[in-house]
Design a protein around this ligand. Structure first.
Ligand code: NAP
Length: 339
């Protein structure tokens, strides 16, 4: 396959240039793989270190259409991978350490020592858990502090745990933890949950769960290498307190995985990639899908839709490029509006 790169003024015959490289292996990435494979683009999908992304840490998915009996996150990821591979997606378990997007073909370098060239990129690197950033949190991560109930809940059989946060994740994971823990206290910084009503109803109906309102943690306290309690602050009265516990599960939102993009692509004030309604970033040929660009919906179903849109737009871009040549790599001045 040869490419004429005109955007940066150069004309170079390139060999081994991928049509499309997809970075990230969550629902957005695998859907982009499925659609670009079916468009005969032979996509290369680089998984990153967290194969499957956040959904692979989810015990039970009840709201992904087509599975009324619900299914586990890892199960869904395996099905998506199998479907993408069936049509020709090549999945490589490697971590992308650098992208170069100011020249075309773009360059993708991995920690496994590979260097790839690509005519188009679909970035679907997702998001990672936000930390509380309080003393003791880092020190006791894996020793009582966890960000994944599915992974670690089992170790708290018959124990007391705290869940931090008031969103869907905190409530869903608190409910899951009642399978193991003897008591689950949900600590929320306000007096109203952000979580959806159905989850709230289940939470309030569960006898093992207690709410601790208007409270934040100020320190994780440990002894002999494991968590024994937390220091707290009442957000209304300012009173300091202490709660004994065996484990702390933190679900206070997520941050976009944008390390690769910083200084290279337009990001919003929260660090999400800015894209237009066609999933285009400010560099022609670079598309994005999933939680790296979406801070509003953040559902498996929406990530799948965004992955599909990004794939269709990448396909169109490649067709237009074949016909008309590569557009300028100058940042596109059009309004970037996905929100
Ligand atoms: P989220 O909706 O952003 O909620 C984060 C929660 O953490 C909020 O309640 C927030 O409090 C609290 N918080 C943030 N920073 C904090 C801090 N430093 N200290 C204490 N509390 C803090 O995040 P999420 O629950 O992970 O959900 C993310 C997205 O995924 C949402 O769109 C959600 O709907 C979706 N999701 C859906 C499902 C489902 O449909 N079953 C399951 C999981 C997640 P405030 O409320 O005061 O801001």
């Amino acid at each position: 396959m040869t490419t004429n790169a005109t955007g940066n003024g150069a004309h170079a015959a390139e060999t081994n240039v991928e049509e499309v490289i997809i970075i990230g292996s969550g629902p957005a990435g695998f859907t982009a793989g499925l659609y670009t494979a079916r468009a005969n683009l032979k996509p290369l999908l680089l998984t990153g270190n967290e194969y499957g992304g956040q959904v692979s840490l989810t015990y039970d998915i009840e709201n992904y259409p087509g599975f009324p009996e619900s299914l586990s996150g890892p199960d869904l990821v395996e099905r998506m991978k199998a479907q993408a591979e069936k049509f020709g997606t090549r999945v490589e378990f490697d971590y992308v350490s650098e992208i170069v997007v100011d020249q075309h073909p773009f360059i993708v370098r991995t920690s496994g020592g590979q260097e790839y060239k690509a005519k188009s990129l679909i970035l679907s690197t997702g998001a990672s858990p936000r930390y509380l950033q309080i003393p003791g949190e880092k020190e006791f991560t894996g020793k009582g502090v966890s960000y994944c109930a599915t992974c670690d809940g089992f170790f708290f059989r018959g124990k007391d745990v705290l869940v931090i946060g008031g969103g869907d994740s905190a409530v869903e994971e608190a409910l899951f933890l009642t399978k193991f823990a003897s008591r689950v206290r949900v600590i929320h910084r306000r007096d109203k949950l952000r979580a959806g009503k159905l989850l709230q109803e289940r939470l309030f109906a569960n006898a093992k769960i207690e709410m601790v309102w208007n409270t934040v943690l100020t320190e994780v306290v440990g002894a002999d290498g494991s968590v024994v309690g937390v220091k707290t602050l009442d957000t209304v009265t300012g009173a300091e307190g202490y709660l004994e516990t065996d484990g702390i599960f933190v679900f206070v939102g997520h941050l976009p995985n944008n390390t690769l993009m910083q200084g290279k692509l337009a990001l919003d004030e929260d660090g999400h990639l800015i894209v237009d309604k066609k999933m285009r970033t400010n560099i022609p040929g670079v598309f994005a899908a999933g939680e790296i660009m979406d801070k509003v919906y953040k559902q498996v179903a929406t990530s799948v839709g965004q992955g599909c849109s990004a794939a269709m737009q990448a396909t169109r871009f490649l067709e237009e490029m074949e016909a008309e040549g590569m557009p300028s790599l100058e940042a596109d001045p059009r309004e970037l509006v996905y929100a």
